[in-house]
Design a protein. Structure first.
Lengths: 326, 216
C-alpha cells in the first residue's frame, strides 16, 4: 500500500472542499482498502465521509423510497420499509458479501465498487481499465466469470454489485452533491459501459458525492425478488442473477421491471423481457417466452458461453418465483 | 484529524505490506537482539526503519495520525501509519494476537472483531478511522476465568481442529447471535458464511452457535 494522507470531514462542506482538491472519499472502505493494498488504487489523500448525515431511509412525497448513501448494506436490507416495499432490494443486499462486510459497506459504496476481474486486480496484468492502452488480458485469458453483455474489445469486466441490479431494475435515480451543487442522474446514466474508455466507469464529476438512491413510486401491489446463481451457495459473486418486480392487476401484468447481474459490464436492464411481459397474463409459457430475450445481443467469450443459457434460465425461474404459476 | 504526505515519503514496491515501514515491537526486539542486543536508534537496516511508530511519525517519514479508541475496555491512544489496519494495530501494536490474519482481504473472516458492537473484518478497517470507537476482540470476551458462553460452546462441541479461524468464528458468532440470525441451522450457516474453516468444522460450529443462541 502506498502512503496517503488522511482527513475526516466533519461536514459536507469540508468533504466537498477536500474532494474538489483531489481527495478520495472513503465510506465503508471494503473495496477501496483491499484495492489499495493490491496497489490497484493509489489515492494520495483519503477523505473519511462517515460522519456526514447521509444515513436516513425515508418514504418520499411521491411515494417512492430514498436511501441515504451512508446507510450500511445491513441496515438498508433490514429496514422495515425496504423489506415491505422492495423485497428485491433486501434480497439482493443479503445475498451479497458476508455479514461482516455488509455491516461495513454502504449503499453509495456498493454502487461505486470496482470490478472483481482478476486481471484488473493484478497490477502485473494488462488492463485497459486500470492502465488505459495496456490491453485486456481477460479477452484471451481465463474469462469464465466475465461479461457477455455491454462489453467491448477493450474491456469485458462485469460490474459486481447485486444491489445495483435491483436499483437498475426499479429505475432508481441517484442524487449527487458536488462543488457546483446538487443534481440527480438516472441509474442507467450513472454507470458507463466500457466502450473504448473502460477507465471511465461512472458519470460522477470531480469531487461529487452520492448522497442518496431514490426508488421511484411504483404501482401497488408490487411483487419483487432477486435470484442469484453462483459457484457456491453463499459469500460469492454472481455468475448470473435476476431482479424482477411485477405489478399484476385484473390478471394482467401492467408493469414489469427486470434486470440481470453477473453478465453485464453494468447492471443490465432487460427491456425486451419487460416488453414481452407487459400486457400479458402470467403463465409458465409466458415466463419462458419472455426469458428467451434475456441474452439478446450477448457476446460470449471462450470460457463463459454457458452464461447465455444460464441467464435465460435464471430469468425464467425468477419470473415464475415472483409471478407464480398456473 | 488531518495529516499530510511528507515529500520524503517513498512509494513502496507493489505488494509491500503496509506495516513494513514500522516493525512491531516483537520484530523490533527480535531484530535488535539479533544484532547483539544493541538498540539502533534511528537506524535503518535492509531498507526497513527500526523506528517505532511514534518516532517514525515525529521524524516525518510516513503520514501518520493519532487515534484514541477503547480496546476490550481499556482506553488506548496511539500514533499510527495511516496505512495500518485495525488488525495490524491489534496484533503488532497492542500485542493482541488472538485476531488472526488469514487472507488480509476480507475473504476469510479470521480477523473478525466487534467495532461498536458490530462484527467487521479488521483487516479492511483502517485504524485511523476509529477515533472514539469501542473494539472487542477474542481476548476481551471472557469474564476473568469465566468463558463467554460461545467460547464454552466451542469447547463443548469440539468446534475446531487447528484453531486458526476460531477467534474469528467466535467473534462472528457473537455478532450473529446478537443480530438474531440463528432461527435454524440453515440461517446460521448463511449468516456465518463470512468465516471460512479449512479444517471443515462447520457442523460443530453451527451447533455451538445454536446452543449459545438457545441459552441466551
Amino acid at each position: 500500500m502506498y502512503p496517503f494522507s488522511f482527513t475526516k470531514a466533519a461536514n459536507t462542506r469540508e468533504a466537498l472542499n477536500a474532494g474538489r482538491s483531489g481527495g478520495r472519499y472513503i465510506a465503508g472502505g471494503t473495496t477501496l482498502v483491499d484495492l489499495m493494498r493490491e496497489t490497484v488504487e493509489r489515492p494520495e489523500t483519503l477523505v473519511d465521509i462517515s460522519d456526514l448525515p447521509l444515513r436516513e431511509v425515508s418514504v418520499t412525497e411521491r411515494g417512492g423510497l430514498r436511501v441515504g448513501a451512508l446507510v450500511s448494506m445491513a441496515d438498508a436490507a433490514a429496514h422495515p420499509k425496504v423489506r415491505a416495499l422492495y423485497p428485491v432490494i433486501s434480497q439482493a443486499l443479503e445475498l451479497s458479501a458476508s455479514a461482516q462486510l455488509r455491516n461495513m459497506a454502504t449503499i453509495g459504496g456498493n454502487i461505486m465498487q470496482r470490478t472483481r476481474c482478476t486481471y484488473f486486480r493484478d497490477v502485473s496484468a494488462d488492463c485497459n481499465k486500470r492502465e488505459p492502452g495496456s490491453g485486456c488480458a481477460a479477452l484471451k485469458g481465463f474469462n469464465r466469470t466475465h461479461a457477455i453483455l455491454g462489453s467491448s474489445d477493450d474491456c469485458v469486466a462485469t460490474h459486481p454489485s447485486d444491489a445495483a441490479v435491483a436499483f437498475a431494475a426499479l429505475e432508481a435515480s441517484v442524487h449527487l452533491l458536488g462543488p457546483d451543487g446538487e443534481r440527480s442522474v438516472t441509474f442507467a446514466d450513472l454507470l458507463l459501459k466500457p466502450g473504448d474508455t473502460p477507465n471511465r466507469e461512472h458519470a460522477l464529476r470531480q469531487g461529487e458525492l452520492i448522497t442518496a438512491v431514490e426508488i421511484p413510486s411504483l404501482p401497488r401491489p408490487l411483487k419483487s425478488g432477486y435470484l442469484k446463481v453462483r459457484d457456491r451457495q453463499s459469500y460469492e459473486f454472481a455468475l448470473t442473477s435476476a431482479a424482477v418486480a411485477l405489478h399484476v392487476r385484473g390478471g394482467v401484468i401492467r408493469e414489469a421491471k427486470v434486470a440481470a447481474g453477473g453478465v453485464g459490464t453494468v447492471p443490465w436492464k432487460l427491456s425486451a423481457v419487460e416488453q414481452a411481459l407487459t400486457g400479458e397474463r402470467p403463465s409458465d409459457h409466458l415466463w419462458a417466452e419472455a426469458a428467451r430475450h434475456a441474452a439478446d445481443g450477448a457476446r460470449p467469450l471462450q470460457h463463459n458461453r454457458f452464461k447465455v443459457e444460464l441467464l435465460t434460465r435464471t430469468v425464467e425461474r425468477q419470473l415464475r418465483t415472483v409471478g407464480g404459476t398456473k | 484529524m488531518s495529516t499530510e504526505v511528507p515529500e520524503s515519503a517513498v512509494p513502496p514496491p507493489a505488494g509491500a505490506d503496509e506495516s513494513s515501514p514500522a516493525p512491531s515491537r516483537r520484530t523490533f526486539i527480535a531484530t535488535t537482539t539479533a544484532v547483539g542486543g544493541a538498540v539502533v536508534a534511528g537506524g535503518v537496516i535492509g531498507g526497513t526503519s527500526l523506528l517505532g511508530q511514534e518516532e517514525a511519525s515525529a521524524a516525518g517519514t510516513v503520514p501518520s495520525s493519532r487515534v484514541s479508541l477503547t480496546v476490550n475496555g481499556a482506553r488506548r491512544t496511539v500514533t499510527v501509519d495511516n496505512r495500518t489496519s485495525l488488525l495490524d494495530l491489534l496484533r503488532e501494536h497492542f500485542e493482541l494476537t488472538g485476531s488472526k490474519k488469514g487472507c488480509n482481504a476480507g475473504a476469510c473472516g479470521a480477523c473478525t472483531v466487534l467495532v461498536d458492537g458490530q462484527r467487521v473484518n479488521s483487516c479492511l478497517t483502517l485504524a485511523v478511522r476509529l477515533e472514539g470507537v469501542e473494539v472487542t476482540t477474542i481476548e476481551g470476551l471472557a469474564d476473568g476465568d469465566q468463558l463467554h458462553p460461545l467460547q464454552q460452546a466451542f469447547v463443548d462441541h469440539d468446534a475446531f481442529q487447528c484453531g486458526y479461524c476460531t477467534p474469528g468464528q467466535i467473534m462472528s458468532g457473537v455478532g450473529c447471535i446478537k443480530e438474531g440470525h440463528t432461527g435454524s441451522p440453515q440461517e446460521i450457516r448463511e449468516w456465518m458464511s463470512g468465516n471460512i474453516c479449512r479444517c471443515g468444522c462447520y457442523v460443530k460450529i453451527v451447533r455451538a452457535v445454536e446452543q449459545t443462541a438457545r441459552g441466551k
